[in-house]
Design a protein around this ligand. Sequence first.
Ligand code: PMP
Length: 422
Amino acid sequence: MTTSRLWHGFTDMSTVRHRAPFTITRGQGAYLFDAEGRRYLDASAGLWFCNVGHGRAEIAEAAQRQMSRMAAYSTFGDYTNEPAEQLAARLAELSPTDGASVFFTSGGSDSIDSAIKLVRRFWLALGLPDRRVILSRENAYHGGHIGSTGIGGIALDREGFGELITDTARVAWDSAEDLEKTITSLGAERVAAFVMEPVIAAGGCLFPPQGYLQAVAEICRRHGIVLIADEVVTGFGRSGDWFASRRFGVVPDIIVCAKGLTSGYMPLGALIVGDRIAQPFYDGTAGPFFHGYTYSGHAGAAAVALATMDIIEREALAQNALSLETRLPDLMSPLTDHPMVQEVRTGQGLMAAVELNPQALRVTPGLPMAVVASMREAGVLTRSLVGGQIQFSPPLIIGNSQATEFVDAVLTGLNTIPPQRT
Ligand code: PMP
């Protein structure tokens, strides 16, 4: 048993406590190093966050410069600071809506909960307090707070906590018709917002069917429903553009982001709020939005985000994701021929997942975890998603050779695992 006092999230501690911990000590580019100096490819960019790669001295220097002057001060009332102002302006500039305003948080779950509260206050301000229902999609992951767990589409995450949040409904992940039907049966006058990840990430790397995002955006517009894009994963180059919304040509009322915003160098999240939603709070009709976090507008985190965005821009990382996207099907093709592989999911940007076939999953219980463990032995770090898919979402700085390294490690994993029963 280890002597570690660290409690790991989403982890069975009854098994992990009996193992020697796996300590990462250093990162450089797309690679990480353990305490013995062994090198590993980071095939998941941490938890989808490290878009610019590890060990970027210029981000640490930006943090050092800002934090040695002032790390943080509240931004409630009329208090502000230069990095937070610059970052808000830069995010508003990238927004597909004109005149957006930016509300800062400390991460993705914070941002989703903020968005839920914001839209309910918005409708209250407009004199429509019955518009409270938050619609979301099956398989979606929106975070770990009470609200974001409650609207999540992964049943296991919601079980055993009692009633998390009232006035929610879930729709099929891949059907605009189901969204329309659900709105009709609830009555549009009760629906506040529809929250969606443009590409469902943790729920299995599910790319939207052709035309789906445009269709749901049109449905929301027609019914006056607020469209919230959860771009916590898809933002900041991951989808081949600053935001997947831009890539797909949809204009959400609110874009929620985190992760890639700082590439994980600091915890930070943001809501980019279109003018339609911000207006009643800015013209006085809504009164204050009674919400905010201690670290909303954290100066050090904002400086880190600005330095991260400089790198994404200077090194054209969204374009690199875009060009890898076209090569991925070819690079991944050795996997598609493997008898244990159902499909290799690729789509927009540098996100992919290897889906194992139901027969292999039946014959070898725990197969995805075993493959991931064997990949670690082979020098590639990743994880399996809820449906057992093996995640590929490396830093956006990689080239063909790292994709091949991943493919080879998956093959090694699949070929070294003996079936446990037949
Ligand atoms: N939304 C999505 C799409 C996510 O993938 C995540 C985190 N995996 C979150 C929200 C929650 O973000 P955080 O863990 O930073 O609170």
